[in-house]
Design a protein around this ligand. Sequence first.
Ligand code: PMP
Length: 372
Amino acid sequence: MATTSHVAPNFIEIFGKSLEMMREVWMAPNGQPFIVAGTGTLAMDMAAGNLIEKGDNALVISTGYFGERFKDILDRYGANTTILEAPVGEVVSIDAIENELRSKPYKVLTMTHVDTSTGVLVDPEPIAQLARKYDVLSILDGVCSVAGEEIKQEEWGVDVVLTGSQKAIGVPPGLALLVASQKAMEVWKNRKTPVSSYYSDWNNWLPIMKAYEERRPSYFGTPAVNLIVALEASLKIICAEKIANRVERHKNLAKAFRAGIEALNLETLPKTEKITANTLTAIYYPNGIDGAELRSKIATYDVIIAGGLLAEMKASYFRIGHMGSVSSSDLVAVLSALEMALLELGHSFESGKGLQAFQDTLLKSKRVALTM
Ligand code: PMP
């Protein structure tokens, strides 16, 4: 479609519909959605910048690289930030979180649903419950989870759920997406000091979101029209698949993929199955195999995988994303490329083992679904 005007009737409808569908995907019928040009980091910046005032206490529950980023952002807005860091491959215990919340009055807490640096999955529901108990706003970094992992924002009582367009939502990079609860909007409205970031300030964006939802054109900063057209198309696909089915697809594919990885005698970063993400898998390189060499070998089979992201152990693991429109045939291709590259580099296992485990596990979950 040719780039349309941000005030053209067709675009106004697309923008309005996208905001409505976000509520459905986030499961937040009373939430306030925002669609702003930027990346996932801007969505983090918006949440922190609009809810934090200088001197507020903020708690970051960190399972990797992106927890540290949230601390940096909160600090930048003048928060007095405490970070609870889980050891690599683990989560912070609920008891540790409650002890910290009991120790002083916190304004917000943040958690990373799936930390893309470790592939660790956090269960947001009990943390959001604790936040409510201590009257703390909860912010969920869902960049690597929204539309891939289960999220029930309103039922769980999470105050902000944010993401970027490029992950499980399945749109090119370039949009910051977030939904804020009525409580978060109240706290923001009652601020004593102005939001110090001009671009992030909800004062500038809330009227725009309201106008488009009422199917009126409006202007603050020109919307990324092409990306919003793509967003509407993707949200329609997600709503047609139904979010529960989409989450189930991610779960089944991830489980089968992990079985394939295990069958190749490879080890993943998350310590238990329960805290392992369904949107990506972080895997240690086998002993004696050079990471860069493995990645370039895999690339010769037209499969691109990512290296490690945690600074202190970058060279010891790699990451494979499997979210959004991912299908079993994509993962068969990835496993096959991984097997061939590993065999070429001398890692020992029986050729085809990973693929076999993948197929067997996937078929098993299909059969379970049929008997339910
Ligand atoms: N949080 C998480 C969990 C992420 O995975 C990412 C991106 N990988 C971000 C935040 C930052 O998003 P972006 O790169 O779109 O700014």
